[in-house]
Design a protein around this ligand. Sequence first.
Ligand code: ADP
Ligand code: MG
Length: 202
Amino acid sequence: MPGTVNRTTRNVPQPATRSPAQLPRFRAQLRRQRTRCFVALGSNINQPLLQLRRAVQALDTLPQSSLQHCSSVYRSQAMGPGQQPDYLNAVAEIRTALRPHALLAALKRIERRAGRVYQRRWSARPLDLDILLYGHLSYRSRSLTIPHAGLMQRNFVLGPLLEIAAGLALPNGRALDTNMLQGLPGRLQKMPQPLWPRRRQR
Ligand code: ADP
Ligand code: MG
């Protein structure tokens, strides 16, 4: 339609118009448009460590995104209903140009590919992927709350997040600090197995 702006390409430089010499600058420009996000990973059935490793690979191939860092794997007690196996948890940092709801949809697709069927709240699951932080965004809708509503109450989320992002400023202005873990319930055990072998320089 004449006069309409294509929202996906507006202000985005097109690679075809760049000479090879301009490519590094173009790539840097694209990276700057990406938002720094933290995603929590959890699994307590169907080979949890394998589930987390596959999920990290899937995060590494998210469109318009790049995986930056991964925490260690942590073992935690399930907080859901009934007797459940322990969870393995981790947190990954990504940079993404996906908007929050598109990111949530992409994470749910990864969960479903891992065999997740949506049952009772907090029931055992092969994979749970939650958006913890999306830049400095504070946002609330029926299907999405950012920062994640459980961020400050769950040691299995805060522990791995602190490992890779201590000092990070939260949207409320507070900096992530290990003191925030004090008094949170449940055991949290750091595991020796690496989740993602590559550790990129900041
Ligand atoms: P939980 O992650 O708390 O164990 P679920 O994985 O079952 O629970 O998520 C239930 C719903 O929570 C999802 O369908 C999603 O729409 C919603 N939700 C709200 N905020 C977030 C968020 N920040 N990240 C992921 N899901 C979220
Ligand atoms: Mg979830």
